[in-house]
Design a protein around this ligand. Structure first.
Ligand code: SF4
Length: 447
């Protein structure tokens, strides 16, 4: 038998003969470290090849992800924080985008396939009915604490806890807002921090999750991009955010929508994103409808095309913010593609999946909320089957000064202009304005 990950010979029992100290391999799997108690060193080789594919998209972002000028903020504490962050050693954005999640000797149960879980069950001497119960807890209920598996014996729970862990994060902070939304600050195994937000609205309850630690795109109006990106999230770290949200809501309040719009650019972490969403939408696992999942991206046309071909018909939102290429370049300094290219990629997505794309447009006073910009948007999208979602800017204290939220009147005027131009428009109401509401602000405050 051969281990597919390393191509090393192994004995029929599955024990690695090249490095016996590594223990048992999973000959049928290319991810043997998820079973072995000690991670296989060959995995590093697999990771390097994966990370190479992530590099080109993040090239040239080092200088653009630097923190803002302290002069932009009036709060002396925040000024000191931004100054300190400049002297702190940081992973350059170009490299960091390719850094994978750390591998632990004890893997996450949410990273295992059914077959891998069954192998583990066999190793632990579990009976078929116990394995069925465990599979149900993991795949259908998204269990985050082995002690919650009440129908498994205490001894078995202890043995499972030695071999796998059920949650790779801790909730550091819950920030409820007066409008009902709640932001959670999570600490990951390597002490990195991410955010997720629960947004109840009438019958709906939307969860917004992160896909990276930080963000390399560095939009000028966003707190998430202030310190660049540190690493990609692993698929199980995204699945666990979903499971955490369900646990927070309890049985009375079902989750109705999932948006990948928090920290990070999902298209730069496409492999993990696809496997996380596949698990979340698997009818035999967490069974969340793909139609209720929206992925938001700031660009990357070739990745949007790959997402169309490999996804399960999820909803797509493209952050446009300006129809004029030079204005968009000012607002999204790392953007390499013209708005027209993004529109073509979104149209391709529509053709392949049948899902009508949404274009998101953050409105900034006196920057992109005038009649000229509205007219340019109508010209760009007038003949495209799509929706436009206007988002009046949610102020980030570090950035207030150069940027301002538009007045209600200007928002209405912009919206009316688009409607008269034949576009389908919605305007997002501000949510959680009173609690570090903008994306990435809670994490920024905790840095
Ligand atoms: S708005 Fe989105 S893409 Fe832009 S910096 Fe923030 S998280 Fe990244």
């Amino acid at each position: 038998m051969r281990c597919r990950a390393s191509r090393w010979s192994s004995s029929p029992s599955g024990s690695c003969t090249k490095k016996p100290a590594l223990g048992r391999c999973a000959p049928s799997s290319s991810r043997c470290s998820s079973i072995c108690a000690t991670p296989c060193p060959s995995i590093r080789r697999v990771d390097r090849s994966r990370s190479r594919s992530a590099r080109p998209a993040s090239r040239g972002k080092k200088s653009q992800s630097s923190p803002p000028s302290p002069a932009r903020t009036r709060d002396p504490r925040r000024r000191r924080k931004i100054r300190r962050s400049r002297t702190r050693p940081r992973i350059p954005a170009r490299r960091a985008a390719s850094v994978s999640a750390p591998r632990r000797a004890v893997p996450s149960v949410h990273a295992l396939s059914r077959e891998e879980l069954a192998e583990l069950g066999q190793e632990l001497g579990m009976k078929p009915f116990q394995l069925r119960q465990l599979t149900q807890w993991v795949f259908e209920k998204g269990l985050l604490d082995v002690e919650g598996a009440s129908n498994l014996s205490k001894a078995l729970r202890a043995r499972l806890a030695e071999r796998i862990h059920f949650s790779s994060h801790k909730v550091l902070q819950r920030a409820p807002s007066s409008d009902g939304s709640t932001k959670l600050l999570l600490s990951l195994e390597d002490e990195e921090r991410i955010e997720m937000v629960l947004i109840p609205e009438g019958e709906r309850c939307t969860l917004c999750i992160s896909s990276q630690v930080g963000c390399p795109v560095a939009c000028v109006f966003c707190a998430s991009g202030l310190f660049g990106v540190r690493r990609n999230l692993a698929a199980h770290e995204m699945v666990e955010q979903f499971a955490r949200a369900r646990e927070e809501l309890g049985k009375e309040r079902p989750l109705t929508n999932l948006v990948v719009m928090g920290l990070g650019e999902p298209m730069l972490n496409l492999e993990s994103l696809l496997s996380a969403l596949a698990r979340i939408s698997d009818p035999e696992a967490l069974a969340f409808s793909p139609r209720r999942i929206t992925v938001s991206t700031a660009g990357y046309p070739h990745r949007i095309r790959a997402f169309a071909e490999r996804g399960r018909g999820y909803e797509l939102a493209v952050s446009l913010h300006a129809a004029d290429p030079s204005l968009r370049k000012q607002l999204v300094p790392t953007a390499k593609h013209e708005p027209q290219e993004l529109v073509q990629a979104a149209q391709y997505y529509h053709r392949v999946t049948g899902r009508e794309p949404t274009f998101e447009y953050v409105l900034l006073a006196e920057k992109n909320d005038g009649e000229l910009q509205a007219r340019e948007l109508v010209t760009l999208l007038g003949k495209v089957q799509c929706k436009v979602n206007l988002i009046p800017w949610n102020p980030v204290p570090e950035l207030v000064g150069e940027l301002q939220s538009p007045s209600e009147e200007r928002v209405h005027r912009f919206e009316d202009f688009l409607r008269h131009g034949g576009l389908k428009v919605t305007t997002r109401r501000h949510r959680g304005r009173d609690k570090d509401a903008a994306c990435g602000q809670l994490r920024l405050a905790a840095e």
